[in-house]
Ligand binder design. Sequence first.
Ligand SMILES: *Cc1c(COP(=O)(O)O)cnc(C)c1O
Length: 219
Amino acid sequence: MEISQNIKKYKEELGEKVALVAISKTKPNSDLLEAYEAGQRIFGENKIQEMTDKWESLPKDIEWHMVGHVQRNKVKYMAPFVSLIHAVDSLKLLKEINKEAEKNERTISCLLQIKIADEESKFGLEAEEAKEILASDEILELKNVQITGLMGLATYSDDEAKVRGEFDYLRSVYVDLKKKQPQFKVLSMGMSGDYKIAVTCGSNMVRIGSAIFGERSYN
Ligand SMILES: *Cc1c(COP(=O)(O)O)cnc(C)c1O
C-alpha cells in the first residue's frame, strides 16, 4: 500500500525531467513488485549478486541500475542486463565493463562518480581525474561503454548550505565536461534525505530508497 503511494507521490513531484531510481537494496521482491505495479520501472541495487537474483525473478522490462561500488571480478554477472552503472571510478573498471559488454554484444552506459563529500569513506574521482579519463586515448578504444554523465554523493549532513555547495560543485563539473562530451545527459545526485536540494541544483536523476521502501535494517 504505502510503497505504491510513495512511488506515485515521487513521480508526481519529480515530473518528467527528473528520473526516479527506486533503490531497492535489501528489500524483498514483493516490495519491488508493489512499486512495479505502481508504474516504477527503474530499480537500483548496490550488490551485484542481489541485483542478479532480482533480475532473474522479476519482470523483464525493469531497468536495473548498479549504484554501489563495483568490483571488477563481478562485472561479468551484471553485464548481460545492467542498464546503467552509476559509480565508475577508474579506467581499469571501464576496461573490464567494456570487455564484458563486448562478450554480451551490448553497449553499457556508465556514469563517473565524482568525489564531492569530505567524508573519507566515499569513493569517487576528483574532477581532474574524470577529465583525464574522458580525454584519454584509451577511452576511444572502449567501443562497448558509453559514459553518459556523472554521479555524486553529498556529505550526510543537516547542513543544507554544505550539501547545496557540494551539489552545485558537481553540477559545475558536469556542465564543464559536457562541453566536450555531447553524449552527457545524466546528472545523478540526490537520495531520500537530500533529493530536494539536488533537484534545485540541477539533478536529473535521483536515487531514493528508504523514503519509498522504509528504513533498512542493514546496509
Ligand atoms: C542506498 C543508496 C541510495 C539510497 O539511499 P536512501 O537514503 O535510502 O534514499 C542512493 N544512492 C546510493 C549510491 C546508495 O547506495
